[in-house]
Design a protein. Structure first.
Length: 149
């Protein structure tokens, strides 16, 4: 789907604050609220907008431990293993990657014990050949990508 300038402006406003009303967005992009509503409904129907969510500060809810787990997976079972790992509530993201590992998992935990149990569990999965875990010490930037207008 090709996005025009108005679609990109609307999406950037929603990325910044998905709680804005159609009327508030309309004021910012200088069109009617009905136009914004129509555009948003089309973007949802086309799968450009897939969800609206709340972003929590992990430290404020005591999820202070964040890790990146690189995983090497036996050939032919990549998606099966990734989907199994993705079903864990502590997992924030799962990515297919190139390089010496096949997948990267980002996960958050309240305690080292929780993290240890998670790592031991995935290391026992069939077809997981090797893992390497990195602690994230500081998050410098973590934002949604804004679209060029």
């Amino acid at each position: 789907m090709t996005l025009d300038a108005l679609d990109r402006k609307i999406l950037n406003i929603l990325i910044g604050n998905a709680r804005f009303s159609y009327r508030q967005i309309a004021q910012k992009v200088h069109v009617s609220a009905a136009t914004v509503m129509t555009r948003v409904k089309i973007l949802e129907a086309k799968g450009v907008i897939t969800a609206y969510t709340t972003i929590l500060n992990p430290e404020k809810i005591e999820f202070d431990i964040e890790v990146i787990v690189e995983i090497r997976i036996a050939k032919g079972k990549l998606f099966d293993v990734e989907h199994k790992i993705a079903s864990n509530n502590n997992v924030v993201a799962v990515y297919d990657v190139t390089g010496s590992f096949d997948a990267i998992v980002i996960a958050r935990f309240r305690t080292r014990r929780e993290m240890d149990a998670f790592l031991k569990k995935i290391q026992q999965y069939d077809f997981v050949e090797r893992t390497e875990t990195k602690f994230i010490l500081n998050t410098i930037k973590e934002k949604q990508v804004f679209l060029p207008e």
